[in-house]
Design a protein around this ligand. Structure first.
Ligand code: GTP
Ligand code: ZN
Length: 346
């Protein structure tokens, strides 16, 4: 029996800098471990990082086509102390601190558990890197527990209310809850259903763009334009999904921005951090639409992965409606990268 509660405890523990175990693999997150926790863990041991990060560090040459999420174990070495491990984990330090080394990638004794550990870090919003081999686990999980925790939880409508917004004074907001996550997704219902398939927008949270007016991306203008387009189409639904940073969380997105300041594009920045280019799951959007009684939609997007994600989860996308907005000097390269490297149809 898998235990989602154990996974929830493990996520909490690694954020606090406490050790956990996935099966036989003792783990301490590099990002949150302090000296005392590291000493109690029994020292640094081998260090687990992602294939994307290992490739960046040229730590392994057999990794050519590897999934950036796949785990790589770096062998313990006298110079592999807490600071050296942090430099292995955090690409922000790549230019500032020359790596100590040499470091050697060694075979993984527990590949499944190691993979679950890296996913655990992503879900917790931490850098995907762990000291391994120590004891004192605050929570012990099986790899399957994390899958159970991440499996589609029974989503329900928690509440709904009228919400006049600029551009749609007759809107209604519907809030959704799943027992597994603090992420409370919402839907904004705009206009009156008229029997036609609604115009739907899946908007992923972007604190910097949606709230602060960041010019690095196109999120803020896309949000406003989506509401306007839905309103003028008659009726439709904006799903506001709490998938900040394409699913890697705010702090990790800002780490990616820091790498972009050094010249990397949005794709390479994610990979250098050790994350997939896009860690979102659009299945939750499909479940929200089903709960709202909508099984056929016209989708406002340039991203074929959104169309595919909804279709895979049983929503018929009858039409893709392009949703491109004029570029500005700060987001020109970001939009070009989406077109050239992530298949966006701009
Ligand atoms: N990791 C990362 N996330 C980013 C970056 N720039 C924007 N985001 C996030 O990307 C998401 C925005 O994606 P969407 O607006 O859904 O856009 P999209 O997937 O390109 O698709 P469409 O706009 O529908 O064509 C938000 O969660 C942003 O926080 C970046 O450089 N790195
Ligand atoms: Zn944005």
């Amino acid at each position: 029996m898998s235990d989602p509660r154990a996974a929830a405890r493990a996520i909490d523990a690694i954020r606090r800098g406490w050790p956990v175990a996935v099966g036989p693999l003792g783990l301490l997150a590099v990002e949150t471990a302090d000296a005392a926790a590291l000493a109690a863990f029994g020292g640094t041991g081998d260090v687990l990082i992602s294939a994307g990060r290992a490739a960046t560090l040229k730590l392994a040459n057999q990794l050519e086509a590897a999934d950036p999420d796949a785990p790589v174990l770096v062998e313990r070495a006298p110079w592999l102390d807490g600071d050296a491990a942090r430099a292995l984990a955090d690409p922000a330090l790549d230019l500032a601190t020359p790596l100590k080394g040499p470091f050697r990638a060694i075979p993984l004794a527990h590949p499944e558990e190691a993979g679950a550990a890296l996913r655990l870090a992503r879900v917790a919003g931490l850098l995907p890197a762990f000291f391994t081999g120590g004891g004192g686990a605050e929570a012990t999980i099986a790899a399957a527990d994390l899958d159970a925790h991440q499996a589609p939880a029974p989503l329900r409508i928690a509440t709904r209310a009228r919400l006049p917004v600029a551009g749609a004074e007759d809107a209604e907001i519907v809030a959704f809850r799943a027992p597994d996550a603090g992420d409370e997704h919402v839907a904004l219902l705009i206009g009156q259903p008229d029997g036609a398939a609604p115009l739907v927008r899946l908007h992923s949270e972007c604190l910097t763009g949606d709230v602060l007016g960041s010019l690095k991306c196109d999120c803020g203008p896309q949000l406003d334009a989506a509401i306007a387009a839905i309103r003028s189409s008659g009726w439709g639904i904006l799903l506001y999904l709490r998938q900040e940073g394409r699913g890697i969380g705010l702090v990790n997105k800002l780490r990616a921005y820091r790498l972009q300041d050094q010249g990397y594009d949005t794709v390479d920045a994610n990979t250098r951090l050790g994350f997939a280019v896009d860690a979102r799951d659009f299945g939750v959007a499909a479940r929200m639409l089903h709960l709202l009684g909508q099984h056929r939609v016209r989708l406002l997007t340039n991203n074929p992965a959104k169309v595919a994600g909804l279709a895979a989860a049983g929503i018929a996308v009858t039409e893709r409606v392009p949703h491109a907005l004029p570029a500005n000097p700060h987001n020109e390269r970001y939009l070009a990268t989406k077109r050239d490297r992530t298949g966006h149809q701009l």
